[in-house]
Design a protein around this ligand. Structure first.
Ligand SMILES: [Ca+2]
Ligand SMILES: [Ca+2]
Length: 176
């Protein structure tokens, strides 16, 4: 008895769903598709379609070159299967990977800057001195004024000892 009821329920539910599906295949389907595309599309996907001017689903070198990111070098690196054109996948994967790399680099640089600053401030005799620290791609630039040549050297050593530092441009000057 109970089983029969349940079965009836399931059947009518399936019918209702089928009906809903049929309805959505009407006028609503275009809207439904465009909304889901909108949701799934990252900016890269949109850009890809914009760049694909001949609409063949691939970017050739001249189509890709309209994206300032895709220099010839980047294009070749992104073209994994070397067919001289980029699929959506190739286009997005490479660009995303590169962008992530760039973000990582910026974070590393700012971490380095913070550590160098903190270590210099901790050093005896550096309190109250204006030492400015800037980092780009692991290269630390020190500038500002200190009290002695020894301090210039010391600050340089401190900067060099921070993890991730490739080199130090020591532009510190002795206050005159
Ligand atoms: Ca194309
Ligand atoms: Ca390719």
């Amino acid at each position: 008895m109970h089983k029969t009821l349940k079965k009836t329920f399931n059947t009518s539910r399936a019918a209702a769903m089928a009906l809903a599906l049929t309805c959505s295949l009407g006028a609503g389907s275009v809207l439904a598709v465009s909304i889901s595309e909108e949701l799934n599309q990252s900016p890269d996907v949109k850009q890809f379609h914009e760049l694909d001017t001949n609409g063949d689903g691939h970017l050739n070198a001249s189509e890709a070159s309209r994206d300032s990111f895709y220099t010839k070098e980047h294009f070749n690196a992104a073209d994994k299967n070397k067919d001289a054109k980029l699929t959506q996948q190739e286009y997005s994967d490479y660009k995303t990977a590169q962008q992530k790399k760039n973000v990582g680099r910026v974070v590393d640089d700012s971490t380095i800057t913070a550590k160098v600053k903190a270590n210099i401030v901790k050093e005896e005799g550096f309190g109250g001195l204006q030492v400015s620290v800037e980092t780009f791609k692991g290269v630390v630039q020190l500038s500002g004024f200190v009290n002695s040549k020894v301090q210039i050297q010391k600050a340089g050593e401190i900067a060099k000892s921070v993890e991730g530092v490739k080199s130090v441009k020591n532009n510190l000057l002795v206050k005159s």
